[in-house]
Design a protein around this ligand. Structure first.
Ligand SMILES: Cc1ncc(COP(=O)(O)O)c(C=O)c1O
Length: 234
């Protein structure tokens, strides 16, 4: 199975191009490999053109109903604690997944499912999406502007069109695990990039920054302080 997060991926915020989606689907179909499309973020698009999902492309362009299993989540668009989502796949696959889920969890949390169902039935989701996109866009813009303002030469970052994260790449000599200890003394936290690699294959010069929780002012001050810590440790 190929596991992918094609839209505003966690941790980099990167979105896979249409051409690469088609190419990967061709490879998967030819080699009879299932693609698991994990998509909690695509509805958090803040600008740019909406991208067709693997699920859509596989069905519409390739007329293939088996190659993609899509999993979607309400956690990032209704409430982070919900841990409630759904699967798009053929019935037989869903029945297998359901049977396995019962082994893992015994039963899923029905209270959050009922909350989500009531929310969707009341048609609150479109308004909620509009609201969170309006809230997040200036925060993302502030983070990019602050990185541009304060980060020293040699530091680069992604400029995501949505999602929640910006991925910063530091010069390879800087270890972000160590940088973290210094940053928190300045009251700035981030997720060190090493946490996203398999054990013993870590790279240490990445940082995941979240722009959806802090205020614009906190982002401005936080990035300025973080840039100083980076500069002092170059
Ligand atoms: C790529 C990805 N998939 C899934 C999840 C979790 O989704 P859920 O809250 O529905 O378990 C997250 C983050 O929490 C994520 O970043």
């Amino acid at each position: 199975m190929i596991y992918i997060v094609p839209d505003f991926q966690n941790p980099t915020g990167i979105t896979m191009s249409y051409q690469n989606r088609v190419r990967l689907l061709e490879i998967a179909i030819k080699n009879r490999i299932i693609i698991l499309e994990d998509d909690p973020y695509s509805k958090l698009r803040l600008n740019g053109e909406k991208m067709e999902s693997f699920y859509q492309i596989s069905r519409e362009k390739f007329k293939n109903k088996d190659v993609v299993i899509a999993v979607r989540s309400f956690s990032k668009i209704i409430g982070p604690g919900l841990r409630c989502g759904y699967v798009l796949a053929d019935r037989e696959t869903i029945a297998y997944m359901n049977s396995w889920l019962q082994k893992e969890l015994n039963t899923t949390d029905r209270i959050s499912q009922r909350i989500v169902a009531a929310f969707l039935n009341s048609n609150y989701l479109p308004k909620q999406l509009e609201k969170i996109r309006k809230t997040y866009a200036p925060l993302r813009d502030q983070m990019i502007a602050s990185l541009n303002n304060w980060m020293p030469e040699g530091v680069t970052w992604t400029e995501p069109e949505g999602g929640m994260f910006v991925w910063v790449t530091l010069p390879t000599a800087i270890n972000s695990d160590r940088l973290f200890d210094k940053a928190i003394t300045e009251k700035v936290a981030f997720l060190p990039g090493s946490k996203f690699y398999p054990k013993n294959h870590e790279k240490f010069n990445g940082m995941r920054l979240n722009f959806t929780y802090p205020t614009r002012e906190q982002i401005r001050i936080g990035v300025k302080r973080l840039a100083k810590v980076v500069t002092d440790n170059k």
